[in-house]
Write a protein that binds this ligand. Sequence first.
Ligand code: G3H
Ligand code: 13P
Ligand code: ZN
Length: 304
Amino acid sequence: MLATLTQVLSKANRQKYAVGAFNTNNMEIVQAIVRAAEKVRSPVIVQTTEGAIEYAGLDTLKCLVLSAAEQSRVPVVLHLDHGKDLTLIRQCMNRGYTSVMIDGSHFPFDKNVKVTRKVVRWARAKGVSVEGELGTIGGAEDLVSSRRILYTEPKTAVDFVDKTGVDALAIAIGTSHGAYKFQGKATLDIKRLADIKRRLKMPLVLHGASGVPESVVAKAEKYGAKLGKPEGVPDTQIRLAVKNGINKINTDTDLRLAFDAALREVIATKPDVFDPRKILGPARDCMQQVVEHRIRVFGSANKA
Ligand code: G3H
Ligand code: 13P
Ligand code: ZN
């Protein structure tokens, strides 16, 4: 069933677990995410970036997610991830997204407040939820990341939420987008997170949270990938983040790695196969396993 972000996150906030938000670009990824959520009876957030929409088309992605949501017994949120283009954000709201992120984190505080407040005003009229971001998530230079991590200041976070009225807030506590997150020990600023949660008591979001599982990386490398030394957020750190107030956890890189590893294995071991279903089916299964594992770590299994 289709749900809003506010619906799934208010329960998660009350019961102290996190709901997984997984990025999609195509049918196989949507199916992997929703099948995993069904299997472990968890609510789930399926999200598309502006880059995903540019690749696959807004209506195509929307129809894939809405039809999966309609057929499903678990709550499914259709969310725009890292929305920066106000025209596109409006289109998403008008065409069936139940939640949007306005990412004004690259702006100075006042401009971030201004654009975020505008989106919240539009969203209220439509019954759509809004995630804002304060502080910056690191990562490779692309559409969504900044080069430096600027940790979220607790007092400024309270001011931002008061002035904007967002339903969920993405905070920066040391994670980065992509597969190469840490140089040295992988640690999150849990003290800062606990401080922000104590002041705000609202749903908080962790971006750049992929675990980069060793087994998946090893499989991809076995069949020819050259990944160097990727490093993700360990499950122990994720559990600690959930315990201290994170209620939405974003994952894209782990799905990309799982897709890549399974695809490479088929191509390398079955040279006679050229049916797309036999090539993409194992990739879908591999992504489903990754999503199931993460949902269990987040604590949202059996919460649907
Ligand atoms: O934050 C989300 C992504 O990992 C970057 O996604 O390449 O679709 O912009 P994108
Ligand atoms: P990862 O790159 O760690 O999967 O983060 C994804 C994300 O934050 C999407 O918004
Ligand atoms: Zn992100």
